[in-house]
Design a protein around this ligand. Structure first.
Ligand SMILES: *Cc1c(COP(=O)(O)O)cnc(C)c1O
Length: 385
C-alpha cells in the first residue's frame, strides 16, 4: 500500500495516464444519453435495489457523477475504508447518516459534546425525528438502547479541541455504529476506521478543500453503509456539484503538506500563547494539528476586531489563518447552558492556522492582544459570567 502522501496525489486518478489525460475530466452532464432504454432500465433497477455505484453511465446526475466519484475513491483510500459518499455539505452528509438509521427504525442517537454547533443543533432540535442522549465518553455504554442507531463523537472536537479515546469509545458502542467527525484531524493525523469507527464524516468545506472556495461533505464507510447513503442521496438530492468534486479532489493532493506545515506553525503559536500573560488556557490536542483554541483574559471581541493579517471569519482549514469567537458564531445556535457545560466559554477564541509565515502571524496576534489590553478598561467583561 503506498504512503498516504502518495495516495493523496494519485488516488482516484489511476486511469488518467491510459486515457492520455493529466488533469481529471470535469463532467458537468445532468443527464446521460442512451439509445438502449432496456439497458438503462436495468441500471436504474440495479441502483434502486442495491445502492451500488452503477456500471456504465449514471443515467442522471443525482444518481452518480464520474468526477465526484474520483474524489470519493480518493478520500476512501486516505481514510482506509471500502468507499465514500459525497454530499453538498457536511450537514447534508450528517443528515444522510441519520436518515439511513431512521429508515431502519433506529431513531435514538448517543452523542458526546462538544460537537460542531450545527451538528449539536440538528440533534438537540430533533428536526429529523431523532432523539439524542448527551453523555461523557464513559457514559456511552449505559446510554445505548435497543433503538439506538448511532453513536456520534468529534475528536478533536469543535471548538475546544477536546479529544476522546476512539478505541475505548468504539468498544463501548458494541454493535451500534460509531460515527466520528474527522474534520479537524483529517486522515493525515488520524484514521478513525483503524480504531473501530464504522463511519467517518468530514465537512470537506474545511481541510479537504483547503482554500475556502468549495463547500461539501463526505462520509467514508464500509460498502454496506455506502449503499444506503447513495440511496438516500439519490432520493433526497443533497448531491455535491461536480465542480466541487473536482476542487475537492485537487485539494486532497496537497492535504498532507498543508496539514503538516500549518500544524508546525500552530505548535509554535501555542508555545508563545502559553507563555503570554494576556492569555489564559490554551487548548491544543495531543495529536497536534492546525487548530488552536485559547481563552483571553480581556475582551475576545477586541482581538477579532484587532487582527489585520489573520482573517476574522468563521470556518477553518483554509490556506489563510482564520479566527472566530465560538460563543458568538460557530456555536451561537447551541443553548448558552449547553455551551458552558461543554467548555465553550465566552472568552474562548478558535483559530485555524494557515500557511502564512509564523512570525507574521505572531506579530498580528501580538498586536491584536495588545489592543485588547489598551482598551480593556472600557471593554473589560466581568471575570465570572
Ligand atoms: C463545519 C463543520 C461541519 C458542517 O459542515 P458544512 O460543510 O459547513 O455543512 C461539521 N462538522 C465539523 C467539525 C465542522 O467543522
Amino acid at each position: 500500500m503506498p504512503h498516504l502522501d502518495t495516495q493523496a496525489v494519485h488516488a482516484g486518478r489511476e486511469d488518467l495516464a491510459d486515457l492520455g489525460l493529466h488533469a481529471p475530466p470535469l463532467d458537468l452532464s445532468t443527464t446521460y444519453p442512451s439509445r438502449d432504454s432496456r439497458a438503462e432500465a436495468a441500471r436504474v433497477d440495479a441502483f434502486a435495489s442495491t445502492g451500488a455505484r452503477p456500471e456504465g453511465p449514471p443515467v442522471y446526475a443525482r444518481l452518480d457523477n464520474p468526477t465526484t466519484a474520483r474524489f470519493e475513491t480518493a478520500l476512501a483510500a486516505l481514510e482506509g475504508t471500502d468507499g465514500a459518499v459525497a454530499f453538498a455539505s457536511g450537514m447534508a452528509a450528517l443528515t444522510a447518516c441519520l436518515q439511513v438509521r431512521l429508515a431502519a427504525g433506529l431513531r435514538h442517537v448517543v452523542a458526546v459534546r462538544p460537537l460542531y454547533g450545527c451538528s449539536d443543533h440538528l440533534l438537540t432540535s430533533g428536526l429529523l425525528g431523532t432523539e439524542v442522549t448527551w453523555v461523557d465518553p464513559a457514559g456511552i455504554a449505559d446510554a445505548i438502547r435497543p433503538e439506538t442507531g448511532l453513536v456520534i463523537v468529534e475528536t478533536p472536537a469543535n471548538p475546544t479541541l477536546a479529544e476522546v479515546d476512539l478505541r475505548a469509545v468504539a468498544y463501548s458502542c458494541g454493535e451500534v455504529p460509531l460515527l466520528v467527525d474527522n474534520t479537524f484531524a483529517t486522515p493525515v493525523l488520524q484514521r478513525p476506521s483503524e480504531q473501530g469507527a464504522r463511519i467517518v464524516l468530514h465537512s470537506a468545506t474545511k481541510y479537504l478543500g483547503g482554500h475556502g472556495d468549495v463547500m461539501g461533505g463526505v462520509v467514508a464507510c464500509d460498502e454496506d453503509f455506502a449503499r444506503r447513503l447513495r440511496q438516500i442521496r439519490f432520493t433526497t438530492g443533497g448531491v455535491l456539484h461536480p465542480l466541487a468534486g473536482y476542487l475537492l479532489l485537487r485539494g486532497l493532493a496537497t492535504l498532507p503538506v498543508r496539514v503538516r506545515a500549518a500544524s508546525a506553525s500552530a505548535a509554535e503559536l501555542v508555545a508563545r500563547l502559553r507563555a503570554d500573560p494576556r492569555v489564559g488556557r490554551v487548548h491544543y490536542p495531543k495529536i497536534g494539528g492546525a487548530m488552536i483554541a485559547f481563552e483571553v483574559r480581556d475582551d475576545p471581541h477586541a482581538v477579532i476586531a484587532g487582527v489585520r493579517l489573520i482573517t476574522p471569519a468563521v470556518s477553518l482549514g483554509s490556506v489563510d489563518t482564520l479566527i472566530q469567537h465560538p460563543a458568538s458564531i460557530s456555536h451561537r445556535i447551541v443553548a448558552e447552558s449547553d455551551r458552558r457545560s461543554s467548555g465553550v466559554g465566552d472568552r474562548l477564541l478558535r483559530m485555524s492556522v494557515g500557511l502564512e509565515n509564523v512570525e507574521d502571524l505572531w506579530n498580528d496576534l501580538d498586536r491584536a492582544l495588545a489592543i485588547d489590553r489598551k482598551t480593556s478598561n472600557l471593554t473589560r467583561i466581568p471575570r465570572k459570567i
